[in-house]
Design a binder for this molecule. Structure first.
Ligand code: GCU
Length: 424
């Protein structure tokens, strides 16, 4: 089965939940569908300039994605506070500065805490950074023994030696291959990462994590149009950005938000809902991320809502096996990020995430970037493997499986340098 490799992390969930679905991997079997035009309003009006886009079309599209796809954030925090837990001038064999900062988010007399791990280039101040969640704890991205192991709930994983829902010392460094820290530092960027489970545990239980802070008395789950886990993770990305605005070591106008897979979906929604980000990178985000839903290729809305009922808002379930009824598609999620540069990346063997659907999304979003005079993807023909496109809407497809590789990071570093106009 092609999908087996892709699911290696969550193998048991996958064998249990995906066997029942009929997945299409044949291009010839993709049915015809109508792709909604980003530049035509729901009422049929044509949009031809930035002010019409910003005043009419963007707000109605954003509202649709909020109420029907990812869910609205119900209100505002009461407070956020930041505490430097630890810093070191000579981390990674003297190549970097390390900082670990605890963020506390509070509301209704409840709070959650998460830790941002940062590696920063030694000789610079106010540095641009990549911000990305990790799946199994900050300590998995490096062998550095000083990185704190989080106490938050974790998904069990044989590969990571996690069996009792607790993160463990035994997985220190095991995800180092997904984080090209040295290349990032040499490229002039810092890296900041957070364990995503500290924001909202990735399980079908919305009574904990960030959601819980926002509940009224006796409320146990969000309303139909309110946030699932993806929107909570997106909110966490924005909370990290709130912190960067107070940290002189980081340039808060140059924070590029990055995410892989489900966290790529969260990064895209973060970029759409918070226009302070300077760039947005979706690595293999697939269904509910960059991939067009109406193609029904690989993972579908029905499959994702059934396997991960907590990711989107409950209204999104209306579209299970009913994509025709959906007034938007995921290319329009990318247009909500415009004019901020966005990069979509796919892997050839990752058919579950529908590389072609990810590419077409980037292509069809480009008309909105053009309104802003920003270069996007000029042709609907997919580029060859390892032929990256580094315009304001960026794209590449590489050989190999669902993963984050050095090749991916090399592209992100080059692209971010170009679109943020660094080194000029
Ligand atoms: C599953 C899921 C995908 C998701 C991926 C991941 O494969 O079906 O939608 O992107 O997990 O986050 O690793």
């Amino acid at each position: 089965m092609k999908t087996a490799v892709h699911f290696s992390i969550f193998l048991f969930v996958c064998t249990m939940s995906f066997a029942q679905f009929d997945t299409n991997y044949e291009e010839s079997q993709v049915r015809e569908f109508n792709l909604p035009n980003p530049l035509t309003t729901f009422a049929g009006e044509k949009i031809s300039n930035i002010s019409e886009w910003s005043e009419k079309r963007r707000p109605e599209l954003f509202e649709f994605f909020e109420n029907q796809v990812y869910g609205k954030v119900p209100g505002k925090l009461d407070s956020a506070s930041f505490k430097l837990l630890e810093e070191n001038e000579n981390a990674l064999n003297g190549k970097a500065r390390r900082k670990q900062v605890e963020v506390t988010l509070s509301k209704n007399e409840k709070s959650i805490r998460f830790t941002i791990l940062m590696f920063l280039p030694k000789k610079s101040s106010a540095t641009p950074i990549f911000l990305g969640y990790n799946f199994f704890g900050n300590h998995t991205i490096t062998n550095d023994a000083n990185v704190i192991v989080s106490e938050a709930w974790a998904m069990n994983s044989e590969e990571m030696h996690i069996s009792d829902h607790r993160l463990t010392e035994a997985s220190r460094g095991l995800r180092g291959h997904r984080w090209a820290i040295e290349k990032i530092l040499e490229g002039g960027f810092g890296l900041a990462t957070i364990y995503y489970g500290e924001i909202d545990p990735d399980k079908y239980d919305l009574s904990d994590g960030l959601h819980e802070l926002f509940y009224e008395k006796r409320q146990e789950r969000p309303k139909n149009n309110e946030w699932g886990s993806l929107a909570a993770w997106a909110f966490g990305y924005s909370s990290a950005l709130d912190y960067f605005e107070q940290d002189r070591d980081v340039d808060p106008t140059k924070v590029v938000v990055f995410g892989h897979s489900r966290l790529g979906k969260a990064a895209l929604w973060a970029g759409a809902s918070d226009q302070r980000f300077a760039g947005v990178i979706s690595n293999a985000s697939g269904c509910g991320g960059a991939a067009l839903s109406k193609r029904r290729f690989g993972e579908t809305i029905n499959v994702i809502n059934t396997s991960f009922p907590h990711w989107f808002c409950r209204n999104f379930k209306k579209y299970n096996n009913n994509e025709e009824a959906l007034a938007v598609d995921q290319h329009q999620l990318l247009t909500l990020i415009a004019p901020t540069p966005v990069y979509v990346a796919s892997a050839q063997d990752d058919q579950w995430a529908d590389p072609k659907g990810e590419f077409l999304s980037a292509y069809h979003a480009s008309t909105v970037y053009a309104l802003f005079n920003k270069k996007g993807i000029a042709t609907n023909q997919m580029p060859e493997l390892h032929t990256p496109i580094h315009t304001a809407v960026g794209y590449h497809i590489r050989a190999g499986k669902h993963d984050v590789t050095d090749y991916d990071w090399e592209q992100y570093i080059k692209w971010a340098n170009e679109v943020l106009e660094l080194n000029q």
